[in-house]
Design a protein around this ligand. Structure first.
Ligand SMILES: Cc1ncc(COP(=O)(O)O)c(C=O)c1O
Length: 395
């Protein structure tokens, strides 16, 4: 952050217990900041938000883990299963494994810009129900690692599906400020659900936000929030009780949450500079999102969907048979083999698609649009040269 928030910061400190950031706060976060988050959500969605249903967390990860923990038990002697997208952000698969919860995988439709098809949700649910009590669905919007932004109609379909199957929706919306495509727009699950008629506006929903993304990117300070909608009051009370055992999220992280939720208003001294910085960061990310997709799609054997939002590209690569055989000989999956060769020969680090999940027989990797433009340009040039040589070597 640029130090623009001195006045707001003082306001926040006034509301800390002991008037110090060194004191514990309320377990669900400082009340004034929870109220500011509610105001942010009201402005974003045009609907009432109840500050008591908002908890501040040490990053979205902590909130997600707290809510996932509610599903640790069996139902009618069946282990719980939670539907997760493939590809997915690995926090979900890792935490489900840790908690002994089954991951019910639904595949995103790569050929349609990583769209989320309801027929695929039905297939995954039917399959998963044979072995698990399927009780929740995770949706990441905008997507990590896939970069798609869900259309409003698609969100309505997911809500109807969740209602039909009695699922709680985990709406992972940490990239809500990161939408670059002019034809895409972020709609929160809360907004869409609130605007649907009964009974679909009663679906249980937990939505997550973070200070790690957007234009702030203060990931090391650990801050975020979750908003709970339509949860059974007894369940919510128990969740709050479990959270209180962890004392409180970091105070500094909470104060950055306040900066994200309560931005300088037009006319205030900080407004011009804040707005200038915010627009510069988001405009640059937008340029980089186009630049990276263009470069990958110019490379033989690459196919990269548009980065509509979030911070990543997730191209598919066709690997030559010889490279696949060489990978097998080394006991590596082909995408891991490719990623290691790239790292060893160029110093560029990518994450192989198998870390996120991909359809069997397909190979991908994730890279980020975060390096500044000159560095990204240089990286893409080096990458192109590497890939040319790699393709020749294993032709
Ligand atoms: C989709 C998604 N959800 C959650 C997180 C975790 O965010 P935080 O740093 O707030 O814990 C990330 C971080 O990369 C993410 O990409």
């Amino acid at each position: 952050m640029s130090g623009l928030y001195v006045d707001d910061y003082k306001v926040s400190v006034k509301y800390c217990s002991g008037q110090s950031v060194g004191s514990y706060t309320m377990s669900y976060g400082i009340e004034m900041i929870r109220r500011h988050v509610a105001e942010y959500i009201e402005q974003r969605d045009g609907h009432k938000a109840n500050w008591q249903d908002i908890c501040l967390t040490a990053g979205a990860s902590t909130g997600i883990k707290h809510v996932l923990e509610l599903f640790c038990n069996e139902v009618d002697c069946k282990p719980t299963g939670i539907m997760i997208p493939i590809p997915q952000y690995p926090l979900y698969s890792a935490t489900l494994t840790e908690f002994g919860i089954g991951d019910i995988k639904y595949y995103l439709d790569e050929d349609n810009g990583w769209a989320l098809n309801i027929s695929e949700l039905e297939r995954a649910y039917e399959e998963g129900s044979k072995t698990h009590a399927v009780r929740a669905i995770v949706v990441i919007n905008p997507g990590n690692p896939t970069g798609q932004v869900l259309k409003r109609g698609n969100i309505e379909e997911i809500i109807k599906f969740a209602h039909k199957k009695k699922l709680l929706i985990f709406a992972d919306e940490v990239y809500q400020a990161n939408v670059y495509d002019k034809d895409s727009k972020f709609f929160s699950f809360k907004k869409v659900m609130t605007e649907m008629s009964s009974p679909h506006n009663c679906v249980e929903l937990a939505s997550f936000m973070s200070i790690s993304k957007g234009y702030t990117g203060e990931c090391g300070l650990r801050g975020g929030w979750m908003e709970l909608c339509n949860l059974d009051p007894g369940v919510q009370e128990n969740l709050y009780k479990a959270m209180s055992a962890m004392l409180c999220p970091p105070t500094i992280g909470q104060i950055v949450v306040d900066c994200v939720a309560k931005t300088p208003a037009c006319g205030e001294p900080s407004y011009e500079l804040w707005n200038q910085e915010k627009c510069a960061i988001l405009d640059s990310l937008k340029e980089r999102s186009v630049m990276i997709v263009k470069a990958f799609n110019s490379m033989k054997g690459f196919k990269c969907n548009m980065v509509q939002g979030a911070m990543y590209a997730f191209p598919r690569i066709e690997l030559p048979e010889k490279a696949i055989a060489a990978a097998k000989a080394e006991g590596k999956s082909p995408d891991v083999f490719y990623a290691f060769k790239l790292l060893e020969q160029s110093g560029i680090c990518i994450v192989p698609g198998s870390g996120f999940g991909q359809r069997p027989g397909t190979y991908h990797f994730r890279t980020t649009i975060l390096p500044q433009k000159p560095l990204l340009k240089e990286m893409l040039n080096i990458f192109q040269n590497f890939h040319k040589k790699f393709a020749e070597q294993y032709a």
